[in-house]
Design a protein around this ligand. Structure first.
Ligand SMILES: *Cc1c(COP(=O)(O)O)cnc(C)c1O
Length: 379
């Protein structure tokens, strides 16, 4: 089945009891048992719920994976992956990560004796120098947040496969419409569903997709034992959101390209980060592993201090100043004080997250209105 058909149908069938086309919201915590253990495969909704189960099957299909697990947030999904590890284990990851991922690694799991190496992954071979007998997992994000570096998934997978490491790709920025890391050798794909997959800024949710049955069983155990699982209403909202994922992504990419081209020559813009430019340092890899380039763009303002950056960030009429991304509405974010505030100044500046950097999530409004808004705000 092709992507658009999976987005609308995967995991979903007319409800057997009524024929309802839409998956019912099974708003129940528990299930009747005829006699102890004699049930229809459902016991308690922390572990299994039919609405969530339909969503998980759909999510797995979108990433060409066998199994999907939905979590009550992206961080809940990340937390579950890290709980596969033991004290003494080591993780290799990028140095340009979502702030919350950096925070859970350094402030939570480092306390449990797990060691993290934060590397510039523009040369994938760099990881060879950090792999030892304690290394268990490689975690990457691509494109990275917020500087839109593109990491070569296939090149990293080649190394992790020969060393027997778990290879996780946070695919939030690309969405499954633009990139499928499982096809390139990833072991687990992670998503913040909150962003493009949900798409309407009305749900916080996360997911993990994978092929390996043993890994799925271990992760399902953690999911049920630790309990960061989403409710049926949220699962329904995401199932509904996914039905237009392909249409939304097409519009995000089209608007993203026009906005990026407008900003590239604007006299107030210093640097612009968008992987669709031929002169982007990772353009060839982006072209190889992504179907299009998305609607996430970061810019630095020429000669602007923090005050001037704040003035611009607060001057928009159509874009909203807010954290998050991937919704139908356009958002603008100041990473240093918002999404990436939990990363120490020295660390974040190494990755280009500087005071005059702004990140745009280009929505699906009329692009003429978005460009007009940028013109007046940058003035
Ligand atoms: C938002 C985000 C997360 C965290 O997801 P939540 O749903 O907010 O918990 C992880 N990775 C990336 C790239 C994100 O943008």
């Amino acid at each position: 089945m092709k992507f658009a058909t999976k987005a609308i149908h995967a995991g979903q069938e007319p409800d057997p009891s009524t024929g309802a086309i839409m998956t019912p919201i099974y708003q129940t915590s528990t299930y009747w048992q005829k006699s102890p253990g004699d049930n229809k495969g459902y016991e308690y909704s922390r572990g299994t719920n039919p609405t969530r189960k339909a969503l998980e099957a759909c999510l797995a299909a979108l990433e060409n994976a066998k199994y999907g697990l939905a979590f009550s947030s992206g961080m809940g999904a990340t937390d579950a992956v890290m709980k596969l590890l033991k004290p003494g284990d080591e993780v290799i990851t990028g140095n340009d990560l979502y702030g919350g991922s950096y925070r859970i690694f350094t402030k939570v799991f480092a306390n449990y004796g797990i060691k993290f190496h934060f590397l510039d992954l523009s040369d994938p071979e760099i990881i060879n120098g950090y792999i030892n007998e304690n290394t268990k997992l490689v975690w990457i994000e691509t494109p990275t947040n917020p500087t839109m570096q593109v990491v070569d998934i296939e090149a990293i997978a080649k190394i992790t496969k020969t060393k027997g490491l778990i290879f996780v790709v946070d695919n939030t920025f690309a969405s499954p419409y633009l990139q499928n890391p499982m096809d390139l050798g990833a072991t687990i794909v992670m998503h913040s569903i909150t962003k493009y997959i949900g798409g309407h800024s009305d749900v916080v949710m996360g997911a993990l997709m994978m092929d390996d049955e043993d890994l799925y069983k271990r992760l399902w155990f953690i999911y049920n034992a630790c309990g960061a699982t989403p409710g049926p209403m949220d699962s329904f909202l995401v199932l509904r959101g996914i039905k237009t994922l392909h249409l939304r992504m097409k519009a995000h990419c089209e608007n993203g390209r026009k906005v990026a081209e407008f900003l590239k020559t604007h006299p107030k813009i210093d640097k612009i980060y968008w992987p669709g430019f031929v002169d982007h340092p990772n353009y060839e890899i982006a072209k190889k592993q992504m179907r299009d380039f998305g609607g996430m763009i970061s810019i630095t303002l020429k000669g602007a201090d923090l005050k001037e950056t704040f003035r611009v960030a607060s001057s928009f009429n159509v874009f909203s100043l807010a954290e998050s991304l991937g919704g139908v509405e356009s958002l603008i974010n100041h990473p240093v004080t918002m999404t990436h505030a939990s990363i120490p100044k020295e660390e974040r500046e190494k990755a280009g997250v500087v005071d005059n950097l702004l990140r745009l999530s280009v929505g699906v409004e009329d692009v003429d209105d978005l460009i007009e808004d940028l013109k007046q705000a940058l003035n």
